[in-house]
Design a protein around this ligand. Structure first.
Ligand SMILES: [Zn+2]
Ligand SMILES: [Zn+2]
Length: 412
């Protein structure tokens, strides 16, 4: 495995020279390795990578630009993803074309796979996938911050910067939030607004698949910061999915006592690994409430409860977990039209703060990438599998069965 160009690229060797240093000296080995990247070089009659290099193709990415089509996952409807040959996008003014190094599966994508659409983000047939990092292969006119060869993480959205909410620094609530999809592909077009506001250089020592965690981590950091926790506070997180685990990890890193409340056996170990202690595992909400409250002196409840499931029962549960004066964050979005019954007496007379954090802002995205690059954040704990683009259907089917996988890195 270690001897393929694809692995070399995944390890961050982005020039043909470093691939050559790695011992793959002919174009044939490149092609045999299963990567159809260098056909353009072969077609031009260059038998060796060295000759391609001497003729000025410094990067594997530039060799790729000789092609006009790419493989991409196209969502056609409910549980219907097809890998199709589609045109490689071209960069218009202000845009970037990024060769995807890794695209990560996400709970939102799983929802989209199950339902076949997303009201705000995606209407089939459409390219999809939104957590990615990769290498710039083309920069459109007017782009000055990035150039071909740069390793970047490009977020899934960008705010307008001009509306009422953007001007108040609440860019996550922007009236005109622009979303981008298409990460499950060899290349992705990054719209000008995302290039300008939500694309960042990835430091050399950070693997692309780790950098791709920036988007979900930004959501987790936002939810945690919005809950106004302090070091030493007890924070209970309901839900052992990727975002629940990330919030637990962020809380633990901030010096909080992070209590995980999970349903499934496979989530217990994962929660422990990211720093949760203790882990309450039960399918019964009553039991979860009793056991969690008992973890604080005199059963008084936790300082902060964060709901990261997106179900009305869990929203209600969160309110029952906190102490007087505590804070609840309804972090998990429920299906459209969902209503919840809450005990108004409890909320009022116990002086409980209710919050509901949505999405992220450009400033938080930068903090999230800094955390990943800083080394304390255990990025590798969140990526539990790797798969090729053509295995995407199988990957989602597995995720639907609630396996112990957290995120799978899709490598085109
Ligand atoms: Zn996501
Ligand atoms: Zn705006």
């Amino acid at each position: 495995m270690a001897n393929t160009v694809k692995d070399a690229i995944l390890r961050g060797r982005k020039t043909v020279e470093t691939v050559v240093e790695g011992g793959l000296d002919t174009v044939e080995t490149v092609v045999e390795a299963g990567l159809n990247t260098v056909d353009a070089v072969v077609v031009k009659g260059r038998r060796t990578v060295e000759s391609a290099v001497s003729l000025g193709r410094r990067t594997v990415e530039s060799a790729l630009l000789g092609r006009s089509t790419m493989q991409a996952a196209v969502l056609h409807g409910r549980e219907d993803i097809r890998i199709e040959e589609v045109p490689i996008p071209k960069a218009a003014v202000g845009e970037l074309i990024v060769r995807v190094g890794a695209a990560l599966t996400c709970g939102t994508d799983l929802k989209v796979f199950r339902r076949g659409y997303h009201a705000r983000m995606i209407v089939p047939p459409a390219l999809f996938g939104h957590e990615l990092a990769g290498t710039v292969v083309e920069a459109g006119d007017g782009v000055t911050a990035f150039a071909a060869g740069n390793r970047v993480v490009a977020l899934n959205s960008a705010p307008c910067g001009q509306c009422f909410f953007c001007e108040r620094g609440q860019e996550n609530l922007c009236d005109d939030l622009l979303f981008n999809n298409g990460a499950y592909a060899e290349f992705i077009r990054i719209p000008a607004r995302i290039v300008a506001k939500n694309t960042m250089l990835v430091p050399d020592h950070v693997p692309l698949e780790h950098a791709a965690l920036t988007e979900p981590l930004a959501c987790a950091v936002h939810g945690f910061e919005d809950s106004h926790a302090h070091a030493g506070d007890t924070v209970a997180v309901i839900g052992g999915g990727p975002l629940g685990l990330m919030i637990l990890h962020v809380a633990a890193l901030a010096g909080c006592r992070a209590i995980a409340i999970v349903k499934h056996h496979g989530q217990v170990e994962a929660a422990r690994q990211v720093g949760a202690a203790p882990v309450v595992q039960t399918a019964s909400i009553r039991k979860a409430i009793a056991e969690t409250r008992a973890l604080a002196e005199k059963n008084r409840g936790v300082d902060i409860a964060i709901e990261a499931v997106g179900l009305p029962d869990a929203w209600q549960e969160a309110v029952e977990l906190v102490r007087k004066g505590g804070t609840v964050n309804f972090f998990g979005g429920c299906a459209l039209g969902t209503h919840v019954n809450l005990d108004t007496n409890r909320i009022h007379y116990s002086d409980i703060t209710l919050r509901a954090t949505f999405h992220h802002t450009p400033a938080i995205c930068r903090r999230a990438l800094d955390m990943i690059a800083g080394g304390r954040f255990q990025a590798q704990a969140f990526i539990t599998g790797h798969a090729h683009l053509y295995e995407l259907n199988r990957v989602f089917e597995k995720l639907m069965k609630r396996s112990s996988e957290i995120k799978t890195a899709i490598v085109p």
